[in-house]
Design a protein around this ligand. Structure first.
Ligand SMILES: Nc1ncnc2c1ncn2[C@@H]1O[C@H](COP(=O)(O)OP(=O)(O)OP(=O)(O)O)[C@@H](O)[C@H]1O
Length: 192
């Protein structure tokens, strides 16, 4: 069994390689044991040419849902929360992310990329993350760096979680940190 409440948190400035690291760890684990039950999602940019026009969430088995868009202007989107120039589509996000965070009996690992400002606008998301942590299934998640020296409350709670280990990425350490995280997870996943 996993060490209780193990929670590996990857952080660092935008574009430093958090999603890349998490996906590489995921792929290495799946190669080591294709039977591992890994639940969760990652967030990626939607680009039109060189311009970033939004974000989408993607499950580890490849299902996608829009998270935010800079170009949407439907009547309902007028009421959506705004982060920078993006409108956050909480219904779309929740429809994909919340079922992924349901703790199933055979779950070996949760990947949550990321627990960020957009995602935390969902009032159901953070409670679901806490349930995952309480389940004692290991978690690999990403969190943003504090802005103006302060974390958003959900992020602060994760950082202060008793089982949390924080890895701050830089271009110099990200490959070594990837190996370190992979090793730690191999040690805690009984099927490997
Ligand atoms: N270890 C690496 N070696 C080479 N290129 C990398 C590495 N990690 C990330 N990159 C490149 O850097 C870019 C940003 O990476 P990524 O999306 O993983 O960053 P991020 O920290 O998740 O960003 P955000 O905070 O915006 O979500 C990508 O183009 C990716 O290919």
């Amino acid at each position: 069994m996993a060490a209780p409440g193990k929670c590996l948190l990857v952080t660092g400035p935008p574009g430093v390689g958090k999603t890349t690291l998490i996906m590489r760890v995921f792929e290495s684990l799946k190669t080591s044991n294709p039977n591992l039950e890994i639940q969760g999602f990652y967030t990626r940019e939607i680009r039109e040419g060189s311009e970033r026009v939004g974000f989408e969430v993607v499950t580890l088995d490849g299902r996608k849902a829009p998270l935010a868009s800079s170009s949407i202007s439907t009547p309902e989107s007028l009421r959506w929360p705004t982060v920078g120039k993006y409108k956050v589509d909480l219904a779309s996000f929740e429809s994909l992310a919340l079922p992924e965070l349901q703790v199933k009996e055979d779950a070996d690992l949760f990947i949550i990329d990321e627990v960020g400002k957009m995602e935390l606008y969902s009032s159901s998301f953070f409670p679901a993350v806490l349930k995952v942590l309480e389940s004692n299934v290991p978690v690999l998640a990403s969190i943003p760096v504090p802005k103006f020296g302060r974390d958003i409350p959900g992020v602060a709670r994760l950082r202060n979680h008793p089982g949390a280990t924080i890895f701050t990425l830089s271009p110099n350490n990200r490959d070594a940190v990837k190996e370190q995280i992979y090793r730690q997870l191999v040690d805690s996943l009984r099927k490997l």
